[in-house]
Design a protein around this ligand. Sequence first.
Ligand SMILES: [Zn+2]
Length: 66
Amino acid sequence: MRRLTCAQARDRASDLLDGELSPGLAEELARHVASCPTCPALYRALIQLHRELRAIRAVGGPPAAG
Ligand SMILES: [Zn+2]
């Protein structure tokens, strides 16, 4: 079983939020976050940032599909 490093997990988290991560890689990411002492906080911060960026885009332009 492969293990992700924290740097790899962060890369994948941003790909996941962009909708560019395959289900298998998303599962590896989830497994890392579940077992890592530091990544859950970073992961939540990334999700929060992503939501804010989407909100900014929604205000500044026409609504995007999805
Ligand atoms: Zn980690």
